[in-house]
Design a protein around this ligand. Structure first.
Ligand code: GLN
Length: 276
């Protein structure tokens, strides 16, 4: 079977109408170890036995719902090619807003101490470390399995200004920070969204704190206050309905300059506050 026929067959098998062509292409590229440009340039190239078997196996796994990023083991975030496995949350485009928000407030030549709490694949920490080479970024995660993926990403991106530590939120870290960022779990365990699509395959501990969706955000906001330098920044991601409650929380705790930023879909997504 050639590439054109393999793609046609896979498109027929994959469920989601709008994405099936792209998904088929990405999975065939992965099976063959080639780029999408190469596929387009070589539609008549034969797909040999083993490659074809690998491809069909990926298609079957996709049909069972496994996320594309776990099938290929790769996800792009902030133009960084990151390794991902089911031990880490798949970095989302919305989370780039958190990176953007932090970067807008960190001067380019600042030599700040920055903490990323619950780093997972290391996506946020790596993006900030890459964009702010004079800053030192400390990234923590309670999951040893997640940290080993983050370590592989740190090594492959060859960034020297990032350190990974195992432990809950700020607990493995000493001293104060100029900026603390986090994309903590914030989906309620009762949310029907937890039983849909890609999320079913992601680590529950990265998605949900339990029935109280604000539990981790509250913990982080409280724990961060005494660990921020004067004027230091806290910025975290939250659900689109958690903007108001996040602002109230920060104001009650005594944070200043509290504001919420909307994502590209116009939804409240990131809230920030400063240590007065
Ligand atoms: N935004 C993710 C989702 O709803 C959740 C990520 C998180 O809990 N930090 O799928």
């Amino acid at each position: 079977m050639n590439i054109r026929d393999s793609l046609a067959e896979a498109r027929h098998l994959l469920a989601s109408e709008s994405e099936r062509r792209l998904e088929a292409e990405v999975l065939l590229c992965h099976s063959l170890g080639v780029s999408r440009a190469w596929l387009y340039a070589n539609p008549e190239q034969e797909v040999t036995g083993r490659h074809h078997d690998d491809f069909l196996q990926l298609i079957q796994r996709r049909r069972q719902g496994e996320p594309i990023a776990y099938l290929t083991g790769i996800r792009e975030f902030w133009s960084l090619r990151l390794k991902v496995t089911p031990d880490v949350l798949i970095p989302r485009p919305e989370t780039e807003l958190l990176v953007e928000t932090a970067l807008a407030r960190i001067p380019f030549d600042a030599s700040w101490r920055i903490a990323d709490l619950g780093t997972g694949s290391g996506a946020i920490a790596l993006a900030i470390a890459r964009e702010r080479p004079c800053c030192k970024v400390y990234a923590t995660d309670i999951s040893a399995a997640a940290l080993s993926i983050a370590q592989e990403n740190v090594t492959s991106l060859n960034l020297g200004n990032i350190r990974l530590l195992q432990g809950s939120w700020l607990s493995p870290l000493q001293g104060k920070f100029n900026c603390i960022v986090s994309n903590p779990p914030y989906v309620s365990s009762d949310d029907p969204h937890m039983n849909e699509g890609d999320i079913r395959f992601e680590p529950a501990s990265a998605l949900t704190p339990g029935a109280d969706a604000m539990a981790c955000i509250r913990h982080i906001a409280e724990e961060s206050l005494p660990r921020l330098e004067e004027g230091g920044l806290l910025a975290f991601e939250h659900g689109c309905e958690q903007g108001e409650v996040s602002r109230q929380l920060l104001l009650q705790l005594g944070y200043a300059d509290v504001e919420t930023i909307r994502d590209l879909a116009g939804l409240e997504r990131v809230t920030t506050g400063k240590m007065p």
